[in-house]
Design a protein around this ligand. Structure first.
Ligand code: GDP
Ligand code: MG
Length: 163
C-alpha cells in the first residue's frame, strides 16, 4: 500500500495544479463516490521516484469556509484520516491570508507531518511571501511553481523523510 499524502490549502493557491503535476498521466483512480469523498480526487503520484497516493482536497472551497464550519472541518479531517503526510499549500505571490493562518492553526493540532509549500514562486516571484511563510510555525516554506514545474527537487527533499 502506497503512503498517502493529502494536499490542503485555501481556494486558488494551486492545490489541483500541484496534484496534476504530481499525478500527471498516472491518474488511475478517480474517486467520484458521493458523500465524504465527493470533494476529493486521488491518484498515484511520482516525485523523482518517490511514489505515493496523492489526495486533492476542495473542502475549504465552500463559501462558508471563511468561518470554518464543522462540515468543512469534518471533510478535511476525513481526508487527513490515514494520511501519512500533508502538503499545506499557500500562494507566495499573495502572501498569507487570515484563512491560511486559520488552516495552519488547525493543521498544527493534527498529528500528521506537514510540508509547507509556497506555490506560484516561479522565477524570483513571491520572495516576500516565501519569507512570510515562516511565521506559520511549520518550518521552512518550500518554494515551488506547480504550474511551471519548479522546486520539485526541494519538494522531494522535504517530503521523502516523512513518508
Ligand atoms: P486550487 O483551488 O487550490 O485547487 O487552485 P488551482 O490549482 O485550481 O489553481 C488556481 C489558479 O492558480 C489557476 O489559475 C492556476 O493556473 C494558478 N496557478 C496554480 N499554480 C500556479 C503556479 O505555480 N504559478 C502561477 N503563476 N499560477 C499558478
Ligand atoms: Mg482545486
Amino acid at each position: 500500500k502506497l503512503p498517502q499524502v493529502v494536499i490542503i490549502g485555501r481556494p486558488n493557491v494551486g492545490k489541483s495544479t500541484l496534484f496534476n503535476r504530481l499525478v500527471g498521466k498516472r491518474l488511475a483512480l478517480v474517486d467520484d463516490q458521493p458523500g465524504v469523498t465527493r470533494d476529493r480526487r486521488m491518484g498515484e503520484a511520482g516525485l523523482l521516484g518517490l511514489e505515493f497516493e496523492a489526495v486533492d482536497t476542495a473542502g475549504w472551497e465552500d463559501e462558508d469556509a471563511q468561518s470554518l464550519p464543522g462540515r468543512m472541518l469534518a471533510q478535511t479531517q476525513v481526508s487527513l484520516t490515514g494520511a501519512d503526510a500533508a502538503l499545506f499549500v499557500y500562494d507566495a505571490r499573495t502572501g498569507l491570508t487570515p484563512l491560511d493562518e486559520e488552516i495552519a492553526r488547525w493543521l498544527r493540532e493534527q498529528e500528521v507531518p506537514v510540508v509547507l509549500i509556497a506555490n506560484k514562486a516561479e522565477g524570483n516571484a513571491g520572495e516576500s511571501g516565501i519569507i512570510e511563510g515562516w511565521s506559520l510555525g511549520m518550518g521552512e516554506p518550500v518554494p515551488v511553481s506547480a504550474e511551471h514545474g519548479e522546486g520539485i527537487a526541494d519538494l522531494y527533499t522535504a517530503l521523502s523523510p516523512l513518508i
